[in-house]
Design a binder for this molecule. Sequence first.
Ligand code: NAP
Length: 277
Amino acid sequence: MRNAAVTGHPIGHSKSPLIHGYWLKQHDIEGSYIAKDVPPETAESFYSSLAAHGFVGCNVTIPNKECAYNSAEKLDDAAEMIGAVNTLWLDDTGVLNGSNTDGPGFLGNMDQILPNWDNNGNKAVVLGAGGASRAIIWALLSREYTEVYIANRTMKKAEVLADHFGPNATAIKWDSLGKMLGQADFLVNTTSLGMTGQPELNIDLNNLSKSAVVTDIVYSPLQTRLLHDAAKRGNPTVDGLGMLLHQAVPGFEKWFGVRPEVTDELREMILREMGLT
Ligand code: NAP
């Protein structure tokens, strides 16, 4: 029996056991996926001895993603560039591999819901410069977006990210957002603004071309004000729930040997469990 887990601190809110539990049942796999509380003080020793704890791998969430990055013996390109690991697995030789699947999860969602979304032009605007923003910038730069503009409340953090990603990424002032939106082909919110319990994201979309694709990685509520306002004026929109589902795919495949699918049934089940339907 192969066992995996989502680890972090606190961990009770995680939807990952629902997602992986659904796939384990669907594929009739004799395995388990649990939520395991791993406080930061014990995280390094836990990740360095996963097998001894009975796991073939795990997901990693707040606040342990940097620790997992340091614990992994081998990193893929995404983890290397993003500087954080959310998926760990032991390979056949016992080597601890680390990946960051948030970027691929974002791409998987966009590709599934709006095929050719990235054939729309080359200018993207990213709101936010936190952990998720790094994954989204990495993802956009891996596709057709050769000009990625980052706007953040704390400008310095946007500048640090722009430096990290090189000449195709540029930090812009939040105040100049309106002007920049006039040239954007793609707009994504990666801040926590608009999430249930957080202040709303208030930006003026007037200058935005109606063909620009708009997405929000906040998925609770599913239809954020940004998505609502963008859809109302005719922009194509994609919600953020699929990113959560798609980021789980690579881990499941590594641990259990089957590449699972993100289906409407899975999406509906998670929406029900989250009380979003
Ligand atoms: P984070 O590292 O804490 O970053 C938070 C970001 O939001 C920063 O850019 C921060 O700006 C900005 N922000 C927070 N409060 C603000 C306010 N009052 N005014 C203006 N800006 C504000 O968080 P994260 O891990 O990147 O996550 C961000 C959001 O993405 C969360 O809602 C999370 O649930 C969601 N998310 C979704 C998925 C998915 O699968 N769909 C995956 C990952 C994350 P400052 O730098 O100025 O503080």
